[in-house]
Design a protein around this ligand. Structure first.
Ligand code: NAP
Length: 303
């Protein structure tokens, strides 16, 4: 039997990924949307979240596709009336607010899923399994994309809490924290911040364990989402945002599902088990970079 779900914030990622993944799955029924402007054909549309919560008690799962800053208020209201909640990444604007949501969900006995879609990329499981019994001795992340393509006109990414290039960069960090057999921590960062904006558009990061990262948001042409991790003579190379993987030059086995269908399959499993999944480790690295990073002023940015 399918489970009813409400999507909140019908913007780019809801339209690109959540709607197609939910409607293609026999496990889910898209029963309602909440959005000030968007809607999905044939699905009951609310423009007020409290009205949805009051009028549709039969829909006990909500998936929040809003930007991080407004998300906490929606999640808190949903948990308070016993709804299960899935959060887009990054799960909140601050670490403390997500920790509060976690406590609230435990107290209410509902599921909270802080999703990290890149962890579901098809090569990540193979990389994790290979590295599980090894010591990583170095590596580099190259995460370069075009903000105008992926966040067209979205000024919120450059406002406080929008995280700038750490919005995509947190995808890389979600993979890193998933596959590393031993944790690392950030030891230095340089953040390029446009003179007319609040958040970085470029970042260079250094971690313990010989791991470095470059995040850039002005990449034209082919987009680059790659990570190489070394364990002595062994080498794991993830490309295509983790959707392809070679281990010592040979192609690794890939998982079947695309990222968002895999997220919703994971959510089904959490609900069946009465469990939650809230891992803040990628966001800890973002927060540390913002705390420790040296700011460099770079050219003004306009969409
Ligand atoms: P978006 O299109 O700018 O925003 C999503 C929706 O959130 C908007 O359509 C808007 O819906 C609602 N919203 C925006 N500001 C709001 C506010 N202050 N209060 C209430 N609702 C507000 O953003 P997006 O690209 O979909 O990204 C949303 C989240 O998904 C982000 O955390 C992002 O990191 C993540 N994500 C994005 C991508 C991508 O490629 N863009 C990929 C993976 C994950 P209404 O105005 O219709 O109410």
């Amino acid at each position: 039997m399918s489970r009813k779900i409400c999507l909140v914030g019908i913007g780019k990622i809801a339209q690109d990924q959540h709607v197609p993944s939910i409607t293609a799955s026999p496990d889910w029924e898209l029963a309602a949307t909440v959005s000030r402007a968007g809607s999905v054909g044939g699905v009951q549309a609310f423009d007020d979240f409290d009205a949805f919560l009051a009028e549709r008690p039969d829909v006990d799962v909500v998936s929040l596709c809003l930007p991080p800053v407004p998300r906490f208020a929606y999640a808190a209201r949903a948990i308070a009336v016993g709804r299960h909640v899935m959060l887009e990444k990054p799960p909140g604007a601050t670490l403390a607010e997500v920790q509060r949501l976690d406590s609230m969900a435990r107290a209410a006995g509902v599921t909270l899923f802080a999703s990290w879609h890149s962890r579901m990329a098809k090569g990540v499981a193979a990389a994790k399994a290979f590295l599980a019994d090894k010591t990583v001795t170095g590596g580099h992340i190259d995460w370069r994309e075009n903000v105008r393509q992926w966040h067209p006109g979205q000024d919120w990414v450059f406002e406080p809490g929008g995280m700038g290039v750490f919005d995509p960069g947190s995808n890389a960090l979600s993979i890193l924290t998933e596959v590393l057999p031993q944790p690392v921590h950030l030891t230095g960062a340089e953040l390029g911040v446009p003179g007319n904006r609040q958040t970085p558009i470029h970042a260079e990061l250094t971690f313990t364990g010989g791991i470095t990262a470059t995040f850039d948001w002005l990449k034209k042409g082919e987009q680059l989402w790659e990570m190489t991790l070394e364990a002595g003579a062994d080498r794991v190379h993830l490309t295509e945002g983790g959707n392809a993987c070679t281990i010592n030059g040979a192609s690794a086995a890939l998982t079947d599902l695309d990222e968002y269908p895999a997220l919703y399959a994971h959510l089904t499993g959490l609900l069946d088990r009465g469990a939650s999944d809230v891992d803040l480790s990628p966001m800890v690295h973002v927060s540390d970079a913002m705390t420790l990073g040296r700011r460099v002023s770079v050219a003004d940015f306009a969409f």
